[in-house]
Design a protein around this ligand. Sequence first.
Ligand code: PMP
Length: 304
Amino acid sequence: MAVVYIDGVFYDKKEDAKISVWDHGLLYGDGLFEGIRVYNGKIFRFDEHMKRLYDSAKTLAIDIPHSYEELKQLTIDTVRRNGKPDTYIRLVVTRGPGDLGLDPRKCKHSTVIIIVDDIALFPPEPYEVGMKVIIASTRKNHMAALNSNVKSLNYLNNILAKIEAVHAGVPEAVMINIHGYITEGTADNVFVVKDGIIKTPPPHVGILVGITRNAVIDVAAEMGNPVQEALMTSHDLYVSDEIFLTGTGAELIPVVNVDGRTIANGKPGPVYRQLLENFRKKTKVEGTVVFTQEELDAMQGAAV
Ligand code: PMP
């Protein structure tokens, strides 16, 4: 079951959750969002997501009509209404309804949407055997045009790269910037392992500083193998020992082929497996409590 909150009203039926066709989120992609996971009744890295949401709103000069704490509570209420201990939250704030021109001043109030629904970005198989990707010819938006840390509703740059992946018959594309440096996937960050060293592109090449990326950096440090930020080109991907992508939706997913080049022995590597195991442990225990242990036990009992 999905539960949707829109501007003060909760909807329990997907088909009832609707917004205006005058909303600039629809007309111009004028808005922002966050994707957040709930694991074991706890919202993973909730404050990091909320801070990023308010930061995106600040740059886009969109007024979120709730205090930080109010919006957190509304989100928790929506998750509780949904009633599932493992699920996904999509928080969306748009410029709101306006007229047919771009002028943001015509939008008198922003639209706040909270969707709680399950998500599966990729089927289970590639998590076991790894997936193939391409490096897209579509270049990553320049940081001076739109800072990649603004998690805006305008994903056309990434969607063009995803279309290239679809045409190439692979599930995902990695994007390079105008200087030829690896940035990120269409909705995920990139990690590379070479000679035991874990590397990921630095923020300034034009990436979203992913919250899963940060969690993997924490896990790697705890394993005594700190991640290094490094500029990389397609060559560095082809000759790497391991590659994996990270994101709230995708979690950690191994890559075993890039542009037709098999990565190492073509199987998910040991560093990936170890990081995944430790990441999973973290998601079980960390987070903002939505359902108490008693409630979780009652849900389990009801499920048996
Ligand atoms: N890059 C892009 C472009 C994304 O859209 C996302 C998340 N959807 C990520 C990276 C990963 O970020 P996070 O780990 O915070 O979900």
